[in-house]
Design a protein around this ligand. Structure first.
Ligand code: NDP
Length: 270
């Protein structure tokens, strides 16, 4: 019998997750269906209850429901607990188990697809919203030291206070970055959605730095800025999207799909 999965968000129309999971299923011979479902903004818990009632095996969760998903879970993985947000739910033995695969997705993309090892690297993480919370724990795990810069400094300070016990991390305003250099600069803000650039000083990129924008699908102001600064390693977040999906697929099916052909296909149809 076909096992059913879905991605829940609002809005959800643009989601590439069904395409990615269908390619994973075809590649690994798994008999699953995967659809996108738009839950009403005040109806996430009801939507999950309905899916469980209909026998779904799990789902992915995206904006704006990742924090609410976290609250619903009976059991959480360590990385979901650290992120305080959940993007993958597993419905098993009458319970809801929660994971967060965003950080693993980012690190796999940076280390395996791009080939940039994070051990001892200086990482600038821009943003202190859901995406930053979702990835910071995994960046520590990979051995990076981290500065979190955010437009609203309080939020960066709060994030840093919550994660200080995991490794070397400091909060910063954008102005205070002047004169500093980083090996990897990750844009985890939503600035690219509004075609804006976080107020980065010039000279922020160390030689051979990687500029990574978690937004995907277009040449963002941040990537253009990095290019003008002479950065040659530039990446959008499409690889992260595929890698976080692979991690969720593994969680559900205990089979690890190959991501490279799926990423190549998505780049082709973009
Ligand atoms: P949130 O709304 O939770 O946080 C937004 C963050 O962006 C805040 O820190 C905010 O700063 C900052 N910000 C917004 N506009 C600007 C600006 N013009 N200049 C500087 N900072 C700005 O969003 P998320 O954290 O959920 O998402 C962030 C991005 O990550 C999105 O683009 C999303 O698409 C992407 N993402 C990609 C994934 C992937 O798989 N590739 C997975 C998850 C997210 P302030 O606090 O001052 O308001």
């Amino acid at each position: 019998m076909t096992d059913r999965y879905a991605v829940i968000g609002n809005p959800i129309g643009h989601s590439k997750s069904p395409l990615i999971h269908k390619m994973f299923a075809a590649q690994t011979g798994q008999d699953i269906s995967y659809e996108k479902i738009e839950a009403p903004l005040d109806g996430f818990a009801d939507t999950i209850a309905q899916l469980r009632g209909e026998g779904y095996k799990g789902c992915n969760v995206t904006v704006p429901f990742k924090f609410e998903a976290y609250q619903l879970c009976k059991q959480l993985t360590g990385r979901a607990r650290a992120a305080q947000a959940v993007n993958t739910l597993l419905f098993k033995d009458g319970e809801i188990l929660g994971d967060n695969t965003d950080g693993a997705g980012l690190v796999a993309d940076i280390e395996q697809n791009i080939g940039c090892k994070l051990l001892f690297k200086k990482v600038l993480l821009m943003g202190a919203g859901g995406a930053a919370y979702g990835v910071i724990w995994q960046l520590f795990n990979a051995g990076a030291s981290i500065v979190v810069a955010n437009r609203t400094l309080d939020k960066a300070q709060q994030l840093v206070a919550e994660f200080a016990s995991y490794g070397t991390v400091f909060a910063s305003s954008y102005e205070a970055l002047n004169g500093k250099q980083f090996d990897v600069v990750v844009n985890a803000t939503s600035s690219s959605l509004s075609n804006k650039l976080p107020p980065l000083p010039s000279g922020i990129f160390a030689p051979d730095a990687l500029a990574y924008d978690m937004m995907y699908g277009k040449q963002t102001p941040f990537l253009k800025f990095a290019q003008k600064q002479g950065v040659t390693q530039l990446s959008d977040g499409l690889g992260m999207l595929v890698e976080q999906a692979a991690e969720a697929f593994f969680k559900w099916r205990e089979v690890r799909p190959e991501t490279a052909p799926v990423l190549a296909k998505l780049r082709e149809v973009k």
